[in-house]
Design a protein around this ligand. Structure first.
Ligand code: PFF
Length: 477
């Protein structure tokens, strides 16, 4: 099988390298950076966790990002077809295409609950936006958010939302519909255009809120110290495990997104520096998100280890007490919404591209179909907070014994499917794919290629394999 043809079956693709970088950074930067990363860093003591995270990104994440993009570009189809093409070219078994199947299944499942969480974000966009407009019209544009509410009332908003299945499902529907609409519009006219508008807007808003925190609070120095002074006693094997899982999730690895986006990259793009930029941008945003959130959390004496409630409960309390908090709260939730949307479109694109290639469906039909089924699974996740709150889908399995429906899906994909998908990519690219093809795709030569290959062939499988093992059998550590 000769792999000389650029582009995909559909013939649609990125208009430029910058467009690809924006779309891939858009896929990478999402709820993972702004919600999960600061939450995990806060829970695991800050500095040491962040140092380990950065190490994982450089040694494992970056080589894997390059591996996935090159597989996509070399294969030139949807995630399954691309791996199958590269395997055929390398005279290897067709069964390797299972990597693609595993990845798009993971992406599809992540999409279904990701959209539910993004729905919570929309709820806060509206709540803070309405509040800001109210403050503006009553002549107090610099008021705090949720004026007149007690701390209990503000944190109680989350519980009220969870107790309201119709609202949860409605918000989830809005987010999924937006995602489907963009993907249905095509790679160039939908995904690329969305990334071109939303990502720059996201960066501007991120810088505004970070500067605001640095100027208005006196806690910026404390936040820097919290994030960058390593206290290694806070590190334990579970934290290492979480750091690697988070690195995979945040870089959008093993969920079909990068494999699929890679197929739309033209032949003349040099992939190694491109992959490096994507990994650095994603990690940079995670750091900035910490520098944005922690000063605000510290300024009102809240706990950085608040867990998943950090941005939905702690930050609204902070916005309540801070000058112009209603405006900043609105800006803050809007920026998370933008980040979530550019990620969810990459999650939907993976399975959609497969449906288009496999069944020859038109793109809008494929996007609506895949989005519709993911929506239905998300509905079940949303009901897990109210009507089905007793349900523990994998309750028989000790690692998921306490997990509600959404947490189970999150845990199953994050602890099992992503590490497994990343492990298989490393093994395939490092050991089985045609070496000449791989080297040519990376654009690397000499020592750099050897170093990259060493990381992919040895370091990634061992490290990711260990994470998978410990994730499955926490008793081992
Ligand atoms: N990287 C995204 C985030 O950090 O929120 C989540 C994600 C998007 C994972 C796309 C996987 C993926 F294919």
């Amino acid at each position: 099988m000769a792999l000389t043809q650029a582009g995909t079956t559909s013939g649609d693709g990125w208009s430029s390298r910058t467009a690809f970088i924006l779309a891939a950074v858009g896929a990478a930067v999402g709820l993972g950076n702004i919600w999960r990363f600061p939450t995990l860093a806060g829970e695991n003591g800050g500095g040491a966790f962040i140092l380990v995270y950065i190490g994982f990104v450089i040694l494992l994440g970056l080589p894997l990002v390059l591996s996935e993009i090159l597989l996509g570009r070399a294969g030139g189809e949807d995630a399954i077809g691309s791996v199958r093409n590269v395997a055929a070219h390398s005279k290897r078994s067709e069964a390797w295409k299972g990597i693609g199947a595993l990845q798009i299944t993971a992406g599809f499942l992540i999409l279904s609950f990701y959209s539910v969480v993004a729905g919570w974000v929309i709820n806060y966009v509206f709540a803070s936006g309405g509040d800001f407009l109210g403050a503006l019209f009553s002549g107090e544009p610099f008021a705090g958010a949720f004026a007149g509410e007690s701390q209990e009332e503000i944190t109680g908003r989350m519980g009220e939302l969870f107790a309201n299945p119709a609202l949860l499902i409605g918000l989830h529907a809005v987010f999924m519909a937006a995602t489907v609409w963009i993907v249905a519009s095509g790679v160039g006219d939908g995904i690329e255009k969305a990334a071109k508008w939303l990502m720059p807007a996201f960066f501007v808003l991120l810088v505004i809120v970070t500067l605001y925190g640095a100027i208005v609070t006196d806690e910026f120095g404390d936040a820097v110290a919290f994030m960058f002074t390593p206290d290694f006693s806070a590190l334990n094997p579970t934290a290492l495990n979480e750091a690697l899982g988070q690195a995979l999730f945040s870089l959008s690895l093993a969920a079909g997104g990068l494999l699929t986006y890679g197929a739309y990259v033209s032949r003349d793009v040099n992939l190694a520096p491109t992959a490096t930029m994507i990994a650095f941008a994603d990690t940079g945003v995670a750091m900035l998100a910490g520098l944005m959130i922690f000063p605000i959390v510290f300024s009102v004496g809240l706990d950085p280890a608040a867990g998943p409630a950090l941005i939905f409960q702690s930050l609204p309390i902070a916005f309540n007490q801070m000058p112009a908090g209603s405006l900043i709260g609105f800006v803050f939730f809007t920026l998370i919404f933008f980040a979530a949307l550019t990620s969810s479109i990459s999650l939907l694109e993976g399975p959609t591209a497969w449906v288009i290639d496999r069944f020859r469906f038109r793109r809008p039909v494929a996007a609506i179909l895949v989005g519709g089924v993911a929506f239905a699974i998300g509905v079940v996740c949303a009901l897990g907070y109210n009507v089905l709150s007793e349900v523990r889908p994998l309750g028989f399995w000790d690692i998921f014994a306490d997990s509600d429906i959404l947490d189970t899906l999150d845990g199953f994909t994050g602890k099992i499917m992503l590490p497994l998908g990343a492990f298989l990519v490393a093994v395939f690219v490092g050991w089985f794919a045609d070496r000449r093809l791989v080297q040519q795709q990376t654009g690397l030569s000499g020592g750099m290629f050897m170093l990259w290959r060493f990381l992919v062939a040895f370091v990634c499988p061992i490290a990711v394999g260990l994470v998978l093992l410990f994730g499955l059998f926490p008793g081992l550590i």
